[in-house]
Design a protein around this ligand. Structure first.
Ligand code: FES
Length: 160
């Protein structure tokens, strides 16, 4: 037997041979055969592309290098550390509040060491306040450079 769809297409093509109107009908007949092919690919990739931009902004938190566990820095004290490959000092003046400084002495660039609530330079004896980085005793005159850090969960992370 003959498929009814073929009969319809054959009838349209026969009518189409009579003029331009038939050509338009023939095109309409072809389009009716392929709706599943044109709609499927168009709907499948769209949700995937749309999902990526909506999930990216919320996860873009200003968190940098993981440095050390918060528990490793004594409250009221300080530790030697490395931040972005450079010697640094981290202090926790009060529970959960952290500060960090470059460990490069502002006098003649020796590496300053953590010493509880102070930072001490071994070269010429300068002492810095571990909470502020300010000079307690010279010969250094300028404070240590602050490094932005934050607490993220139970970790201390650089924020720059
Ligand atoms: S280099 Fe630190 S006190 Fe001189």
């Amino acid at each position: 037997m003959t498929d009814p769809t073929d009969l319809t297409r054959r009838s349209i093509l026969t009518l189409g041979s009579a003029g331009a109107v038939g050509g338009a009908l023939a095109l309409a007949g072809c389009a009716a055969d392929a709706p599943s092919e044109t709609t499927s690919p168009a709907t499948t990739p769209s949700p995937t592309v749309t999902d990526e931009p909506t999930t990216e902004p919320p996860s873009a938190a200003p968190v940098g290098e993981d440095i050390v566990a918060l528990a490793d820095v004594p409250v009221g004290g300080s530790i030697d550390a490395t931040i972005n490959g450079e010697p640094a000092l981290i202090a926790q003046p009060t529970a959960g509040q952290v500060v960090a400084f470059s460990a490069i002495c502002t006098h003649q660039q020796c590496v300053v060491a953590a010493a509880g609530a102070e930072f001490d330079c071994p070269c010429h004896g300068s002492k810095y306040d571990a909470t502020t980085g300010d000079v307690i005793n010279g010969p250094a005159l300028e404070p240590l450079s602050a490094i932005p850090v934050a607490v993220s969960g139970d970790r201390i992370v650089a924020t720059s």
